[in-house]
Design a protein around this ligand. Structure first.
Ligand code: SF4
Length: 107
């Protein structure tokens, strides 16, 4: 097999995925500072904790008795806007399954 014709290497794909994740997290941080949550959002958090482990595991993430669906934030009253508003829009909803949905497809 010719490596020049086989497309991007797995290292290249991994680097590309890391960049996409970093860009998604950066975008989420800035948009949450000024933009509201899409009003079409319905549902509720199922406490899976996936959004608390995006790129890095949040040091405030806790689980009750190792139950994977019991995620809670140890800094909940003062959590940052990017956590408070997640998922702000369908476009920024990276984790699936998530308990939130967007009725009209979001922004
Ligand atoms: S990914 Fe969705 S359901 Fe899971 S903890 Fe985050 S907001 Fe809640």
């Amino acid at each position: 097999m010719n490596p020049l014709k086989s497309g991007p290497s797995s290292a290249s794909r991994g680097r590309q995925m890391s960049e996409q994740r970093f860009n998604g997290k950066t975008r989420r941080f800035f948009t949450s500072l000024v933009l509201p949550v899409d009003p079409s959002r319905t549902g509720e958090c199922t406490r899976c904790g996936a959004c608390c482990k995006f790129v890095v595991v949040c040091p405030f993430l806790r689980y009750a008795d190792g139950d994977p669906n019991s995620a809670r934030c140890a800094a909940y009253p003062v959590r940052p806007l990017q956590c408070r508003k997640y998922p702000r829009t369908k476009d920024e909803q990276i984790h699936q399954p998530c308990g939130y949905r967007f009725e009209d497809g979001g922004e």
